[in-house]
Design a protein around this ligand. Structure first.
Ligand code: GUE
Length: 288
């Protein structure tokens, strides 16, 4: 039997409409959420993502500003811009697009962002809060995956969730969020032995490897929920996930195609984080 293929347009569209309504409600109280996106250098893919984020903000009624800095920008100039944005009351969220050029220390930059404006959830303070379950921003991609599972009606509690990948941006926080939802969590990575033996036990399989089409049907338990976080550009110019969709689609129970689901949902969580940061700043959101 063929898997249920998640329709991202429908799912993400409905969620963005909900967020837009909440933005309108906050605007009626005199507060317009604001996001600043900073991009350094001219990596073409990064510019596509920044444009998508900007457009999504506009459509949701969120004020957005994009700062495009030259490749040779000094770290001190970037830190000065962040200090200015930290002090700007119209800005509730700051996102510095990664990767940064090699001469800039990414860690120093992330730590310069005000904790309450860190809508990526990259600041060590927010990562720590996430770990112990305190209120704060959610890491966009992993929180997007949880949102997808919930919206599709997948029960997470008690299930075996296997995450492939242990990056600070996706794999590690994904494990924490799944644990928070009471899944039994296994995290696999490049040094994992007998990967297919482990992944084929997963009720929920999250692939965040960063290599195209490496997950085949032998990695998937029949009927499993397969969430593909990979966004890999092939030589043909086409985008591919980490999952070999055509090979897996008859084995999985539910599957996300790439492009179309996890990427747009990631941006949607960014909108939600910006809205929530604005609510906290306005004192209308006490927790979560
Ligand atoms: N500080 C920071 N925060 C990030 O959240 C961040 C970042 N840096 N650097 C790069 C990665 C990557 N990322 C994506 C977001 C949306 C899509 C997305 O919308 N993808 C579409 C396709 C887009 C296309 O056509 O290329 C999709 O999958 O359907 C992809 C990738 C956020 N990132």
């Amino acid at each position: 039997m063929s898997a249920h293929v998640i329709n991202g347009k429908e799912l993400v569209g409905a969620y963005r409409a909900e967020i837009k309504q909440q933005v309108e409600r906050l605007a009626a109280q005199g507060v317009k959420p604001g996001l600043a996106v900073v991009i350094v250098g001219d990596d073409p893919a990064s510019h596509v993502y920044v444009r998508n984020k900007n457009k999504a903000c506009e459509e949701a009624g969120i004020h957005s500003e994009v700062y495009k800095l030259a490749e040779e920008t000094q770290e001190s100039e970037l830190l000065a811009l962040i200090a200015k944005l930290n002090a700007d009351e119209a800005i509730h969220g700051i996102l510095v697009q990664s990767p940064l050029p090699g001469h800039i220390n990414e860690e120093r930059v992330v730590e310069a962002i005000a904790v309450e404006k860190d809508v990526d959830c990259f600041h060590p303070m927010n990562v720590g809060n996430l770990m112990i379950g305190k209120p704060g921003p959610s890491p966009c991609t992993p929180a997007g995956v949880i949102e997808i599972l919930k919206k599709v009606g997948v029960e997470i509690a008690g299930k075996h969730a296997v995450v492939i990948g242990r990056s600070n941006i996706v794999g590690k926080p994904m494990g924490i969020l799944l644990l928070r939802e009471n899944a039994t969590v296994t995290v696999c990575h490049s040094r994992t032995k007998d990967l297919a033996v482990i992944t084929s036990q997963a009720d929920i399989l999250v692939a965040a490897i960063g290599k195209p089409k490496v997950i085949k049907r032998e990695h998937v338990k029949p009927g499993a929920v397969v969430i593909d976080v990979g966004v890999n550009r092939l030589d043909t110019g086409k985008l591919s996930g980490d999952v070999d969709f055509d090979d897996v689609v008859d084995t999985a129970g539910i599957i996300t195609p790439v492009p179309g689901v996890v990427g747009p949902m990631t941006i949607t969580i960014l909108l939600r984080n910006t809205l929530e940061a604005a609510e906290r700043a306005a004192g209308v959101r006490a927790s979560s």
